[in-house]
Design a protein around this ligand. Sequence first.
Ligand code: 13P
Length: 288
Amino acid sequence: MLVNATEMVKKAKDGHYAVAQININNLEWTKAVLQAVEELKAPVILGVSEGAGKYMTGFTTVAAMVKAMDKALNITVPIALHLDHGSSKDACLKCVEAGFTSIMFDGSHFNIDENIATTKELVETAHKNGLSIEAEVGSIGGEEDGVIGMGEIADPEQCRLIASLGIDFLAAGIGNIHGVYPPNWKGLDFGALEKIHNATNGIPLVLHGGTGIPEDMIKKAISLGVSKINVNTECQLTFAAATRKYIEEGKDKASKGFDPRKLLAPGAEAIKETVREKVRLFGSENKA
Ligand code: 13P
């Protein structure tokens, strides 16, 4: 069932768990995520970066695929189709037009006045069209699909200003990084998270860079208002590892593995397993 993400994230906030945002890259990925969340009766947000959208020949193709797959697989759990890190008004509007149910405007690379002005405008457009909207303050570190963030800690006052614009959830940099965390990573800044939580009037918070964050930090972040956690790299890593193993063990030759449906099957199974792990860790199993 395709819906916006407002209710599912609000419910997670009240119930002290987090909805998983799992980013998708192709048909196999999407199918694996939908099957895993249906099995666990968990709501999910399918994240689509601008790069992934382009790879799949555009947001319209992605929306059509997800809608058709939702029906064909008889998915009963709530699914939101969400633009991840929309870098411009134009990208956000394209997703509204394409039939996405949720958008993120990441104005963190603009100055705060510009971030506020564009976010405000997009809140109106998103809500008028029934979509939920996420905004960002303080960039997330590391690289996400070619977009490089320095990983600043968000300023609570700026978070308060952006949260007051009527957005549905807020991504705030708290030392989180996209991709694999380096061995010398200092961990999440819970002092900053607490200040942001206190300054933003109970708005659900979003934790980007969900790959490889230890369980205790995930739990603590949820206790401080995080209600949506994004995962991308971990699915990519498990997909690649399973595909590599299948080929290295020569299974592709033994089982007519040049058939793409066979070649990609171990990777899809690995994604399902990663999604199951994340859903259980974030506490959203049986919350649909
Ligand atoms: P990871 O790639 O680190 O899992 O982060 C995903 C993310 O935050 C997408 O917005």
